[in-house]
Ligand binder design. Sequence first.
Ligand code: RIB
Ligand code: CA
Length: 313
Amino acid sequence: MSEIRPRPVILDTDPGIDDAVAILMLLGAEEIDLQAITVVGGNVGLRNTLRNALSLVELAGRTDVPVYAGAKNPLLTRLVTAEDIHGAGGLGNLELPVPVTNPTEGDVAEVIYRRAQEAPGELTLIAIGPLTNIARAFLAHPDLPGLLKELIIMGGSVGAGNMTLAAEFNIYVDPEAARIVFGSGVKLTMVPLDVCNSHTLKMKDIEAIEAVGTDCAKAVGKLLRYSHNVSTRLGRDGCPVYDAVTAACLLRREIFELKDCAIDLETRGRLTRGRTVVDWYGVSGDQPNCAVAVDFEIEGYRDRLIESLSRLR
Ligand code: RIB
Ligand code: CA
């Protein structure tokens, strides 16, 4: 019987607490071939997001996965960060050893393009930070969107924002990049704030994750407890691990419900900059350019995370 070849994937990320959970979830996923982790400034500055990504692949024993430094700042503006949510270093109160490995030299746009050319129609990009690196790759290579199997992003919202009333953080940081990506013709799936907030991990789930007992599981437990405390302080119920939900959408799409929508990006307006304008009822007459995640099974997501962590050390 023919072996199913692991699916080629590149992750673009701004670790970040929920990014870290997603990174470990993907590093422990045997069904994918994680060809590269590309890093962007976002939750914290690039120096810290890069260090965190290197520390996480070392924690997981997966230094076979190359880590590349991408954009320090958004396309047109200065970086806005979120230390209030992720802590000064980006990983809450999780202290990981200073990485002993270095980032791999290479331009992120060229790395993504080269990998896409190697297997036309097979490479999946998953982007869980601001979309600066992705937009730069699409600007440098206009044929790249058509070479990809798909792009899955954590970003945007159908309802309220979390950075402003209108805008979700990843989109708000670089709305110009987001507009390029949403208008590129790439096969796009958006995992927005709304669906991630609809099912959150509770303390019993965090305890089940910690019970895996591996170093990675204990690290995830510490990250989730920190994030759970932040959520409680903000009056929210449980732990919406946005980027890990997005990783689950890559690994277990069957537990997600998706709705095809036409989406455009607002890049202007005192109140609206960074808004994903979702044509929920099809009133624009525009063709849908994005599948929006509207629901998922929390148990399936939690179990998939535990499965990945059980495979790591
Ligand atoms: O709004 C949530 C998103 O912004 C997540 O990806 C989080 O890590 C931050 O990057
Ligand atoms: Ca992120």
